[in-house]
Design a protein around this ligand. Structure first.
Ligand code: GTP
Ligand code: MG
Ligand code: ZN
Length: 326
């Protein structure tokens, strides 16, 4: 699946990233690679939005690269091929003097599997809204996967009453929602169907069960799984690197470390409403046309739609918060 050849360099796909070390899959071979000094030098480029051949903003899993093999059978990544897609976030700034920039989490993926557990940890809907906006911006379809559904059925029936209306609304506005449990096997066939033949990126907070789900699908070697702190409901950041696994029958899936933060990168306020599918029908119908921020303006068609139950008030509040007016 990953085989190409070009002159004396090889073309491959980055299938694992650990800090600054990479594994590149070339055909059936996995080559340990480092970056050429030329590529490292390009790190000052602040935006990955213009990423294409030659512009570099942090290579990541899914990237197609040129690799020069050394005598010791290690590789040097010499070039990044143009990306077909990039899913990113605002980079968490570990050093105060660093410029704000995008961190591309994965490249060339077809779709995103946004994972939330029904409990332990509790779902965080505003975070889901941000994931979905990032997917819309990247032009990627998204499936919402609710894990640990065994907890819903046996331990907390009240929880179902809380979360089902919210998930029904996500379905109504066009997102696919699936329910899984690695304990009972529920929904695993649904996940297989969604993943088949596609390159999928699995994202979600630590402890929601991303690696457990991939283990249940038997995508390859068993992945490390960590328990959730019973008091705080938080995961323990068990997965610490990005890795892509080929799927039997085609496609691949990328496991990621749980992200502590997920900030949106470079979404113009004017386009934000377009990234809420349920708002699209009302855009341009406000008194102030496309200049409306859909906040307190008179004659706002979006706010009217909220009052009439066409847009969920929670989603609307989430929109306002992202727009910086909520
Ligand atoms: N009850 C229940 N627990 C589950 C299920 N799936 C996973 N878990 C548990 O959830 C905990 C976290 O699972 P992981 O797969 O390590 O979660 P992760 O999302 O990969 O976490 P990070 O790697 O830290 O980002 C483990 O204790 C799992 O046993 C499920 O379907 N039901
Ligand atoms: Mg994990
Ligand atoms: Zn408006």
């Amino acid at each position: 699946m990953f085989l190409h050849e070009c002159k004396n360099e090889l073309l491959g796909v980055i299938t694992k990233k650990m800090n600054s070390a990479f594994e590149v899959t070339i055909g059936h071979r996995i080559i340990q690679c480092r970056l050429s000094s030329g590529l490292k030098g390009n790190r000052s480029k602040p935006s990955a939005k213009q990423d294409s051949a030659g512009s570099f903003a942090g290579l990541t899993v899914g990237d197609e690269v040129r690799v020069l093999l050394t005598e010791t059978n290690e590789g040097v990544i010499t070039a990044l091929l143009p990306r077909r897609s990039a899913f990113g976030r605002r980079a968490a700034l570990s050093m105060p003097d660093k410029y704000p920039h995008e961190q591309v989490i994965a490249a060339n993926v077809d779709q995103v599997l946004a994972i939330f557990s029904v409990a332990q940890p509790d779902p965080h809907w505003n975070l889901l809204d941000r994931y979905l906006v990032a997917c819309e911006d990247a032009g990627l379809s998204a499936t919402i996967c609710m894990t640990k559904v065994d907890l819903l059925e046996h331990q907390n029936p009240q929880l179902a009453q809380e979360i089902m209306p919210i998930l029904d609304d996500f379905r109504r506005i066009g997102y696919r929602v699936i329910f899984t449990s690695t304990r009972t096997g529920e929904g695993l066939d649904d996940v297989r169907r969604v993943l088949r033949g596609q390159v999928s990126l699995v994202i979600g907070k630590s402890g929601v069960g991303k690696s457990s789900l991939l283990n249940a699908l038997q995508t390859g070697k068993p992945l490390k799984v960590g328990n959730v702190n019973p008091t705080t409901g938080k995961g323990r950041h068990t997965t610490t690197h990005l890795e892509m696994f080929p799927l039997e029958g085609g496609g691949a899936v990328i496991d990621t470390p749980g992200m502590r933060e997920f900030g949106l990168w470079d979404i113009p306020v004017e386009t934000l409403a377009e990234y809420f599918p349920e708002m699209r029908d009302f855009l341009g119908r406000c008194k102030y046309g496309l200049n409306c921020a859909h906040d307190e303006e008179p004659g706002c068609a979006v706010r009217k739609a909220v009052l009439e139950g066409m847009i969920h008030p929670r989603r609307y509040r989430s929109y306002l918060r992202l727009r910086g007016v909520g």
